[in-house]
Design a protein around this ligand. Structure first.
Ligand SMILES: [Zn+2]
Length: 231
C-alpha cells in the first residue's frame, strides 16, 4: 500500500476522532443542573414561605378570637349576674360587650379570609410540587440518556484510537510527522485526486503532478501543498 493511501486512512480515523470528540464535549456541556428545575424549586420555596406566614397569621387571629370570646363571656356573666346595680355602670358594661362582640365578628370574618388564602396557597404548593417532580423526572431521564451516549462515544473513541495506533505502526514515523504538521496547518493533510482535480483546493493538477501521484511517492499538490492521494 502506498504511503499516501496509508496517510489518507489515518486521516479518516483522525477526522472521525475529531467529530466524536466534538459531540462528546457538546454532550458534556448539557450535563449538570437544569435551569428549569432550579426556577421551579425557587418558586416552590417562595410559595411554601407564603403558606407558612399565612398559617402563622391564621393562628394569631384564632388566638385573638379565643381571647375575645373569653372576655365576652366574662363580661356577660357580670352583666347578667345582678351584681351591678348602678344603671350607668350597666349601660357602660353593655356597650363594652357590644364592642367586644363587634371586634370578635370582625376577626372571625378576617379568619375566614385567611383560611381561604391558606387553602389557595396549599393548592399552589401541591401544584408546584407536582410540576417540580415531573421536571426532575424528565431531567433525570435526559441526564441518563446523555451519560449513556457519552459512554457509547467514549467506547467508539477508544476503538478509533486503537485503530489509529495500528495504522500508524505501518507508516514511517517521518511521514506521520509530516502529515501531522500539515493537518495542524490545513485541517486536512491528505487530499484525494478525482478527475485530475485536487479535492483539497479544487484546482486541476498539472500532468506532471498526476504522473508522479501514480508512482509510489509522497506527492504534494503544487497549489495547496496537501499530500495527494489517487484512489
Ligand atoms: Zn490542492
Amino acid at each position: 500500500m502506498g504511503v499516501a493511501k496509508q496517510l489518507y486512512q489515518l486521516q479518516e480515523v483522525d477526522l472521525e476522532i475529531e467529530s466524536k470528540e466534538r459531540t462528546l464535549s457538546q454532550i458534556a456541556s448539557q450535563l449538570g443542573e437544569s435551569q428549569a428545575v432550579v426556577r421551579v424549586q425557587n418558586q416552590l420555596q417562595l410559595e411554601q414561605q407564603r403558606l407558612e406566614e399565612l398559617r402563622h397569621k391564621q393562628h394569631s387571629v384564632e388566638w385573638e378570637i379565643d381571647d375575645l370570646v373569653t372576655k365576652v363571656a366574662a363580661a356577660e356573666e357580670t352583666l347578667f349576674s345582678g351584681r351591678i346595680k348602678n344603671p350607668k355602670e350597666l349601660t357602660n358594661l353593655q356597650h363594652e360587650v357590644e364592642a367586644l362582640k363587634a371586634k370578635r365578628d370582625q376577626l372571625e370574618e378576617k379568619a375566614l379570609e385567611i383560611m381561604d388564602q391558606v387553602e389557595q396557597s396549599e393548592t399552589s404548593v401541591a401544584k408546584i410540587n407536582n410540576q417540580l417532580e415531573t421536571l426532575k423526572a424528565e431531567w433525570q431521564r435526559q441526564q441518563q440518556q446523555l451519560s449513556d451516549e457519552m459512554e457509547r462515544l467514549k467506547a467508539i473513541l477508544s476503538d478509533l484510537r486503537q485503530k489509529w495506533q495500528l495504522l500508524s505502526e505501518e507508516i514511517e514515523p517521518q511521514a506521520i510527522g509530516f502529515y501531522q504538521e500539515l493537518r495542524k496547518e490545513k485541517g486536512t493533510a491528505v487530499a484525494r485526486v478525482e478527475q485530475g482535480i485536487c479535492r483539497g483546493c479544487r484546482i486541476s493538477l498539472p500532468t506532471t503532478d498526476l504522473q508522479r501521484v501514480r508512482g509510489d511517492n509522497l506527492v504534494q499538490c503544487s497549489s495547496c501543498g496537501r499530500i495527494l492521494f489517487l484512489a
